[in-house]
Write a protein that binds this ligand. Sequence first.
Ligand code: NDP
Length: 237
Amino acid sequence: MTDFTARKVLVLGGSRGIGAAIVKRFARDGAEVTFSFAGSTDAAKALSDDTGANAVQADSADRDALIAAVAAQGALDVLVINAGTLALGDPLTIDPDAIDKMIDVNVRAPYHAAVEAARRMKDGGRIIVIGSTNGDRIPFEGGAAYAMTKSAMQGMVRGLARDFGDRRITVNSIQPGPTDTDMNPAEGPMAELMHSFMAIKRHVHADEIAGLAAYLAGPEAGMITGSMQTIDGGFGA
Ligand code: NDP
């Protein structure tokens, strides 16, 4: 376990699911944690009460609000960009507004948040985005746009790793496979199909993702940058 005492961590989209597990992990390990959320006020308050983390309401789809929330943190040690949405469906009939909202949250927001954080980030800081194994492999119908957003994260982390490398800031993507959250419950209607693509046929636990985030933020990971860290039970193997 890394001691993150006196380290400043911002988790974008931290009120539920994977983001909440990451908030809990960094708070447990001593960090000064702030997280953003969009609509889940009750969950955000409960998590804040439970962990001592600071909760800030900021919709990642609102660029000005997002940039203000990141800038307000000053010099971060770690930025985790977790906020994401999932719009699945027939590309011929799915609501195009839902696709554009997903692109706003899953692509535009991570880019602007990462750049804004880097303006003030300490040398040796860490930027971690939660991508998806679907950035590599989309073995079912209806996921083209979601996969597109997660593939976009791959290009972003490779490029920003080059841009910020002279300050020893690392930029990486964690690519989860099916993970038990509200977005993709382990007992949900898609579970059996998801498990059929996996070598280890169960959902990932959100705290397993949080453990990988803590590793990437820790001292042993200083030379991991521009990389995709896949944690998917062999979904993409
Ligand atoms: P959940 O839907 O369970 O939680 C999403 C979290 O992101 C919530 O805290 C939510 O806050 C926040 N969020 C969503 N939209 C916004 C927004 N516009 N602005 C600010 N915060 C927002 O999702 P997961 O925990 O499952 O997913 C987290 C990330 O992991 C996503 O990027 C997702 O694509 C990725 N992922 C998930 C997988 C899975 O199987 N679960 C697999 C691979 C990747 P609020 O409730 O307040 O809106």
